[in-house]
Design a protein around this ligand. Structure first.
Ligand SMILES: [Zn+2]
Length: 681
């Protein structure tokens, strides 16, 4: 997701550039240009048909090998032999219809879960995320106050998910076995997570298949999902299984479910597998979705039905509107076997389509080059209409939303948002970290990657010193999203501070080693669920150094690395009958250590002396005798210490000789005098 408006406003102030690239038009045949099918296949395909669809998806112009077949019941032994990208733990076969008033979804699905562990499992957990909008009392609404990134709930923003049936394949109703649970806060008014006690436990390697029907009331969108005008964004819209984590995954000693409710500042966590969706919408609506469209839309009785399929993803989202203006292009290159980029534009931004496409291509090209292959054949970008920004700036597997088309001249925020969300295809989509518990691993990494693309493709350099100065409430990066006191604190830490922590590593090891770290981490943990210590281990393996202190201070801890010039005193001294000046300077480290810190002493005769302080101690006193008095002192004049969030104290001008100038309060003044006294002032 993109962070809140404080960052966007800063970015909007920057001027826009128009970059030209030609696109192909024509939505009606969008599905045809890259995929071919056996003639006569007009029925919506069932899960058994996926075999055919998946095999036939390979486009002539791509180098991607045909995708492996999708078995109706995943057989772990077979999965191993076909070397799938991910361990396919889940398989969803979904049907959903958007009612004509576009306020409701009528859904059904069969879901198969294969026990990836070594223990027999007797319960499943389903996320019913739309229940976040059920009442003011849900945990999401209590924590968020009914707003996200400045987009506020309206009177129409109530929503819910109601499970109508839940059955085994034999037809046994399991609804009585279903209980809402609230492991995070015990809020019994929260219905976003359910626990199902299975009638028959699932042995390791074995599967269970359930079928269910449900109804979703869509909220008027303010938080990712819902409708606005005649635009619909369906994210977190189906009953979705939680992640069963194995021993050794994310530091777990015992395997088990990782379950959380929907929180005000949290995103999501789910598992890899096969997702097939048959989406029915009012006839004139176009549909964008995760994965590939496997057959032409079927129109009958005033509705159109689309069929999509995705493999080795961990979520499925779609969007519908009668107003989308469609454009597409293809991209191939290093790490990109051949990707169809599909753009679903709000008409207000039709004139900007080349910019969207350029941003998407720039981002995908760079990420693939830097981190590794983008293995999917599709990437969709949705531009929501004005008023629907709650749905904007969000990532889903192979599908992202840009900022809503609010402005005629969106500045670099247009490109930046597209670049950011596509970054999540790597840091969230493939490296599937736990967004509930370690949001910095997706948002911080994506923000870091986003800056690199913006600089590389658009020459937009980040002002890291300014961004660091926004950090007023540093907090640990590895903690649940709801442990942050508010959304500002969440954003400034998991986006901004996390990014600076990564840049801080880069400053120490150099750009080349840092890119090796990022690539190694991606390669090692793609299609897995890594944790913070997994990343630390990669940093240590690549650099062959211990990073415990750094991670302890800045990742697990909440330190910044503020340095200050605390005091300057200049005294006249007689030396060999000449008047000289003895300047005494006190420099203080107020936060964590972050490598050696450069200093500059500048004298009134124009002479400058550079020094480097190792900053091992909490403070240091320098005494310099020079022919002229000291004029000023600067700590870290080039802002190389990116974790310094208070730059105002990095510089001090000396006042007239024989006086000292001490910054800050009287209490601190006394402390400093005490310190100076102790070192022989
Ligand atoms: Zn994000």
């Amino acid at each position: 997701m993109t962070p809140g408006p404080f960052k966007r406003i800063a970015l909007i102030m920057l001027s826009a550039v128009l970059l030209g690239l030609s696109l192909h038009h024509g939505f009606g045949n969008a599905w045809l240009s890259q995929y071919t099918y056996a003639s006569g296949a007009t029925d919506p395909i069932g899960i058994a048909d996926l075999t055919t669809a998946a095999v036939e998806q390979a486009a002539p112009q791509t180098a991607k090998p045909p995708a492996p077949a999708a078995p109706a019941q995943p057989d772990p032994a077979q999965i191993e032999t076909v070397q799938t990208l991910s361990k396919r733990v889940v398989q969803y076969n979904m049907q959903v219809a958007l009612r004509e008033d576009i306020r409701y979804l009528d859904g059904s699905q069969t879901v198969t879960w294969t026990n990836p562990g070594k223990k027999t499992v007797s319960e499943l957990y389903f996320h019913l995320y739309p229940n976040a909008f059920q009442s003011e009392k849900s945990t999401f609404m209590r924590e968020s106050g009914g707003q996200l990134r400045g987009d506020k709930a309206t009177a129409e923003s109530q929503g819910y998910m109601k499970l109508l049936t839940l059955q085994t394949l034999e037809g046994e109703s399991l609804l009585p076995r279903l209980h809402y649970v609230q492991p995070d806060d015990g809020n019994t008014d929260d219905y976003t997570l359910t626990k199902l006690n299975l009638p028959v436990p699932v042995a390791p390697g074995k599967s269970v298949t359930l079928s269910m029907t449900y109804e979703v009331k869509l909220p008027e969108v303010f938080a990712r999902m819902g409708y606005s005008g005649n635009f619909v964004m369906a994210g977190q819209w189906f009953p979705k299984l939680a992640v069963y984590e194995l021993a050794g995954t994310r530091g777990r000693t015992n395997e088990g479910w990782n379950v959380h409710q929907y929180h005000g500042d949290s995103e999501f966590y789910s598992d890899f597998g096969l997702y097939s969706a048959q989406i029915t919408v009012p006839e004139n609506f176009a549909v964008a979705a995760t994965g590939i469209q496997t057959k032409e839309a079927v129109t009958q009785n005033g509705t159109s039905t689309y069929q999509f399929y995705a493999e080795d993803v961990h979520d499925f989202a779609w969007s519908a509107s009668p107003d989308f203006i469609y454009a597409e292009d293809t991209l191939s290159g290093t790490g990109i076997p051949g990707v169809r980029i599909k753009l679903y534009l709000d008409p207000a931004h039709e004139g900007l389509k080349d910019r969207y496409m350029h941003a998407a291509k720039s981002a995908l090209s760079k990420y693939a080059e830097w981190y590794g292959d983008y293995p999917y054949s599709t990437l969709s970008i949705i531009v929501p209409p004005k008023g629907a920004n709650g749905a904007g700036g969000m990532e889903y597997p192979t599908l992202v939303t840009a900022l809503a088309a609010e402005s005629d001249n969106p500045g670099y925020s247009l490109e930046r948002t597209v670049v950011h969300e596509i970054g999540h295809q790597y840091w969230y989509g493939m490296v599937a970290s736990n967004e509930f518990e370690e949001a910095w691993l997706d948002e911080g990494f994506t923000s870091y990657a986003e800056d690199k693309v913006m600089e590389n493709a658009y020459g937009v350099e980040p002002n890291l010193a300014m961004e660091a100065s926004y950090i007023t409430a540093p907090a640990p990066l590895k903690q649940p999203s709801w442990a942050y006191h508010n959304s500002d604190e969440y954003a400034e830490n998991v986006y901004m501070r996390a990014k600076l922590v990564l840049v801080g590593i880069e400053k120490q090891v150099g750009a080349k080693t840092m890119s090796k770290i990022m690539r190694t981490y991606f390669q090692k943990y793609k299609f897995k669920h890594p944790t913070t210590s997994d990343f630390q281990r990669v940093v240590e393996q690549v650099t062959k150094e211990k990073w415990q202190d750094y991670f302890h201070q800045y990742v697990y801890g909440s330190l910044m690395a503020d340095f200050s010039v605390e005091a300057i005193r200049v005294n006249e001294v007689e030396q060999d009958g000449q008047t000289e000046y003895e300047s005494t300077v006190l420099i203080k480290r107020n936060g964590g250590q972050n490598g050696p810190i450069p200093l500059i002493f500048s004298f009134t005769d124009g002479e400058k002396i550079s020094k480097t302080w190792d900053a091992a101690e909490s403070h240091i006193q320098y005494k310099v005798v020079h022919a002229a008095p000291l004029a000023w002192v600067a700590v870290d004049p080039k802002n190389s210490n990116v974790l310094d969030n208070k730059h105002i104290n990095n510089f001090m001008r000396a006042e007239v000789p024989e006086q000292s100038r001490i910054r800050w309060s009287l209490g601190l003044t006394k402390l400093i005098e005490g310190l100076l006294g102790s070192v022989g002032w």
